[in-house]
Design a protein around this ligand. Structure first.
Ligand SMILES: [Zn+2]
Length: 168
C-alpha cells in the first residue's frame, strides 16, 4: 500500500500537505497510512473488513475514492482529536470520513462513487462494445457514408458536442 502523497491527484496534494503541517504543529504526530490503492489492494482490505478485522469501514473494490487518488488516511497520536482535524478539512472544502464512521479518511470533494458494474456487463461484453465502437473508427468494415455520419452524430450527441462542430 502506498503512503506517498504523490500518488494522489495533484489538486489534493497541497491540501494533504497542509493538513499534515497543521497536525504536526498541534503535536499530533500525523502519519499517512494509505493514499492511492490498487483494486487488488482494495479487494484485500475489503476481505479483511468483511472478516471483521478492520477497525474502520472499507468500500468494495472499484468504489473507493482511494483507488482514484481522491483520498488518504491519516492517523494521529490522539485519535480523540481527529474530529478537530476533520473540522479543519471540512472548512477547507474537503470531505471528512467522520461523517461515515471513518474518521481517519480525508477526501477531495466531488468524488462520485462508481456504481458496481451490473452482472451482465462482463468483460466480454465490454470488449465487444468497445470493438463495435472502434472498428468503424478505424475504417474497418463496410460502413456507408450515411451510416458513418449517423454514428458520428450519435457520438457527438453523447459527448454533448453541439451539431455543426466538425469532428475529425
Ligand atoms: Zn480512507
Amino acid at each position: 500500500m502506498s503512503g506517498s502523497l504523490y500518488t494522489l491527484i495533484p489538486e489534493l496534494q497541497p491540501f494533504a500537505r497542509e493538513l499534515i503541517r497543521v497536525a504536526s504543529a498541534a503535536g499530533l504526530s500525523p502519519r499517512i497510512t494509505s493514499t492511492r490503492r490498487s483494486t487488488a489492494e482494495q479487494a484485500r482490505l475489503y476481505q479483511r473488513f468483511l472478516a471483521g478485522l478492520s477497525q474502520y469501514p472499507v468500500a468494495p473494490p472499484g468504489t473507493s475514492a482511494h483507488e482514484y487518488g481522491f483520498a488518504f488516511d491519516l492517523l494521529i497520536y490522539d485519535a480523540g482529536r481527529l474530529p478537530e482535524l476533520g473540522r479543519v478539512w471540512v472548512n477547507a472544502g474537503g470531505v471528512w470520513g467522520g461523517a461515515f464512521n471513518d474518521p481517519i479518511h480525508f477526501e477531495y470533494p466531488g468524488f462520485v462513487k462508481h456504481a458496481p458494474a451490473p452482472q451482465f456487463w462482463n468483460t466480454f461484453e465490454r470488449v465487444a462494445n468497445w470493438a463495435s465502437f472502434l472498428i468503424p473508427q478505424l475504417g474497418v468494415g463496410t460502413e456507408t457514408q450515411e451510416e458513418r455520419q449517423t454514428r458520428q452524430q450519435r457520438l457527438a450527441a453523447a459527448l454533448g458536442i453541439p451539431p455543426g462542430i466538425r469532428q475529425r
